[in-house]
Design a protein. Structure first.
Length: 181
């Protein structure tokens, strides 16, 4: 972990050779950009969670709760193991399933949604539209942070999500959207 109460804990990584976990550098950059009020003592959602690094970082830095969504059953077990290792298993829930099918079942009202889907994913804008349109999922003023390849372009406005900030770290791009009221 980069910072907070779990700083220095090493997480188990992804099991798939095709997976590309969020690097420690990019994870640190995301949390340096975010205002702590965005997630401190609030609920966070980590989609395409992989090893759970982004959600666990939020918990480590003061988030009250984190939900994780990952489609791979073995990878869900890795997230649970990482949550146990960092001491956050009682402040989290792992949902094993496709993101698009799981969104409506989530308890909702998240102040921060983070997602770093596979680079080869073609329908990222549609996923963000689904996140935006799922009632009660994101608080007004909530933030959606999406990591993607520099070869993918996202629009500045997606429903009620307005692009606030755009950062590039090598081949990685991180977009920060704010949910408009």
């Amino acid at each position: 972990m980069v910072g907070g109460s779990a700083k220095g804990h090493r997480l188990k990584g992804t099991l798939s050779p095709e997976a590309r976990p969020t690097t420690q550098r990019v994870r640190a950059a995301i949390f340096n950009v975010l205002s702590i009020e965005t997630y401190f003592e609030r609920r966070v959602l980590d989609l395409y969670a992989g090893s759970g690094g982004l959600g666990i970082e939020a918990l480590s830095q003061g988030a009250a709760w984190a939900d994780f969504v990952e489609r791979s059953s073995p990878q869900c077990a890795v997230i649970r193991s990482n949550l146990e290792h960092t001491g956050f298993s009682r402040r989290s829930q792992v949902y094993c399933g496709e993101v698009s099918r799981t969104l409506a079942a989530l308890p909702g009202s998240y102040s921060l949604v983070v997602l770093d889907p596979p680079y080869k994913m073609q329908n990222l804008t549609q996923v963000l539209e689904k996140i935006d349109s799922t009632g009660g999922l994101i608080e007004e003023g909530g933030v959606v942070v999406v990591g993607h390849s520099k070869h993918t372009e996202l629009p500045g406005v997606i429903g009620r999500l307005i692009l606030d900030s755009h950062r590039r770290y090598g081949d990685n791009v991180v977009e920060f959207y704010r949910r408009d009221s």
